[in-house]
Design a protein. Structure first.
Length: 148
């Protein structure tokens, strides 16, 4: 669960700082807080190709690092969020994400629209429209060309 929360918070921070997604994944409002849809599905179904082992609420890297086309800014943002949350356990992170307005406004097991996240981050209407269009394109590309 910790991985899911850190990835969500990092994605949210990327929307705030850079107006873009880190992963191209969709956000879902689950009972224990928001998560990235495809990452959640892969953890739940154990589809990590022997690289990550999941036990209850924990995910551990057991194989070669998963690398991909993350920008230096994306990596730095992931590091920053991870450092900020280093003293939080998975339940504290879940509680933290429950305080986010976009989670509270979205029915459980439903998509959290990028527009809703951007609105809660107080982005302008123009920024919301532009970023949401780019996010939809990126999410579509990720879903069409992903290896899952």
């Amino acid at each position: 669960m910790r991985l899911l929360k850190l990835l969500y918070l990092s994605g949210r921070a990327a929307l705030l700082e850079y107006g873009c997604l880190i992963t191209g994944d969709r956000y879902i409002a689950m009972k224990l807080g928001p998560v990235l849809s495809n990452v959640y599905d892969r953890i739940k179904e154990g589809e990590w190709g022997g690289r990550i082992r999941t036990i209850k609420y924990d995910a551990r890297l057991i194989g070669p690092e998963l690398t991909g086309p993350l920008s230096e800014a994306g990596v730095n943002l992931l590091d920053e969020v991870s450092r900020f949350c280093q003293t939080y356990d998975h339940w504290n992170l879940s509680d933290l994400t429950h305080e986010l307005p976009e989670w509270g406004e979205t029915p459980r097991n439903q998509d959290i629209p990028v527009e809703r996240i951007l609105d809660t981050l107080r982005k302008s209407s123009k920024e919301i429209k532009e970023t949401a269009e780019e996010a939809r394109d990126e999410t579509f590309f990720e879903e069409v060309f992903s290896d899952s």
